[in-house]
Ligand binder design. Structure first.
Ligand SMILES: Nc1ncnc2c1ncn2[C@@H]1O[C@H](COP(=O)(O)OP(=O)(O)OP(=O)(O)O)[C@@H](O)[C@H]1O
Length: 349
């Protein structure tokens, strides 16, 4: 990394005293460097340690081990300097209840010590960037979940942070509001070049929008790369074919054809399917392999009844790494109740 990292953590850890005096290692040995201007997604099931990591990086929780710098300052020793440079949108709604949206945004500027003129300029800019024009005169109490999340993000951005932490920004929103919020998040990046570090349960969001995905499980980062590399390296593509042969002949045919087109290696798996046999084989670069494989099978005189290419998802990656599906991990029975969530850093609301 040529420019210094905006987040740098070495062995960052946090243990809590759980029920019955049991120790909960919420975050274990978190080590990472994050480049400025990037969008990183912290992806993991409930209780994986995502919020705890964020709360340490935003100085809201004191680590029990390791070190971290954010915007060049030590989170434990220089929390005020860190807070002055970051925004944090927690899981619970930060926006007040009765104030009108515009008044709330203006008060936020005053809390951060911005001049009135500077605050107005920022508010106008963010109202436009986040599409809040029609909402500014309404009390936040009357807003929908998605609208309120946008106001939260505007509040977090009023002081012009270099780095914005978002804890599950889209949880609880319907698909349309999620898509809308993402448009705005991406627009913010284009405009201000803000570094974004967010947690999410949503595999599709991490896949589609993040440049870097860190998969977290049981307090540890278990994978860290672009979504596309994680999928290619850890899960691979899958070609599913239905051949008009019996299972043994179908497996031999696919194994031979895959070897002939340079995609051998993985053992094809066969399942009898009606008139023929369904065979699944894992390959790399399935889009290139599939046509060649079909030509090869045809040349060998096999009848291919159906052919399908399945691209892996981040869930396949998680499954491969942990043997569990992230989709089924939405609740964690061992979870204990965390302390009340603080929703902002830098200034009280
Ligand atoms: N204040 C606390 N006291 C005791 N245990 C805690 C506390 N905060 C978090 N934990 C525990 O630490 C672990 C990690 O929790 P954390 O909230 O960081 O997970 P998460 O990945 O953010 O989950 P979610 O996606 O549900 O928000 C969990 O087992 C949780 O119960």
């Amino acid at each position: 990394m040529s420019t210094p990292p905006i987040i740098s953590a070495r062995g960052l850890s946090k243990s809590f005293r759980g029920p019955g005096g049991r120790t909960v290692d919420a975050v274990r040995d978190l080590t990472m460097d994050v480049a400025p201007g990037t969008l990183t997604a912290f992806l993991g099931p409930n209780g994986a340690g995502k919020s705890t990591s964020l709360r340490m990086l935003t100085t809201l929780l004191r680590p029990t081990g390791g070190t971290a710098t954010v915007c060049g300052f030590d989170v434990a020793r220089q929390p005020a300097q860190v807070r002055a440079r970051i925004g944090y949108i927690g899981q619970k709604n930060g926006a007040g209840q009765y104030q009108r949206v515009r008044d709330e945004l203006l008060s936020q500027g005053a809390l951060y010590g911005l001049s009135r003129a500077e605050t107005r300029r920022r508010v106008d800019e963010l109202v436009e960037a986040l599409g809040l024009g029609d909402l500014v005169r309404r009390p936040t109490l009357k807003l929908s979940g998605g609208q309120r999340r946008r106001v939260d993000i505007a509040l977090g951005l009023i002081p012009g942070p270099q780095l914005l932490f978002l804890d599950e920004p889209t949880t609880g929103l319907d698909p349309q509001s999620r898509a809308h919020l993402w448009e705005h998040i991406l627009e913010l990046r284009r405009r201000y070049g803000t570094t974004l570090f967010l947690t999410t349960h949503y595999l599709d969001e991490a896949d589609q929008f993040a440049e870097r995905v860190m998969v977290v499980d049981r307090g540890q980062i278990i994978a860290d790369d672009t979504a596309s590399r994680l999928k290619t390296d850890l899960a691979g593509d899958r070609i599913s074919l239905t051949l008009g042969d019996d299972p043994a002949a179908a497996v031999v045919a696919v194994r031979r054809a895959a070897g002939a087109v340079g995609a051998g290696g993985a053992e094809p798996e066969a399942v009898p399917a009606g008139e023929g046999t369904h065979v699944v084989v894992a390959v790399e670069h399935g889009e290139r392999v599939l046509p060649a494989l079909l030509r090869e099978l045809d040349r060998d005189g096999h009848t291919v009844l159906t052919a399908e290419l399945a691209r892996p998802t981040l869930d396949d990656v998680f499954l491969r790494l942990t043997g569990r599906s992230l989709r089924e991990e939405r609740t964690d029975p061992s979870r204990t109740d965390p302390a009340p969530e603080a929703t902002s850093v830098g200034a009280p609301r």
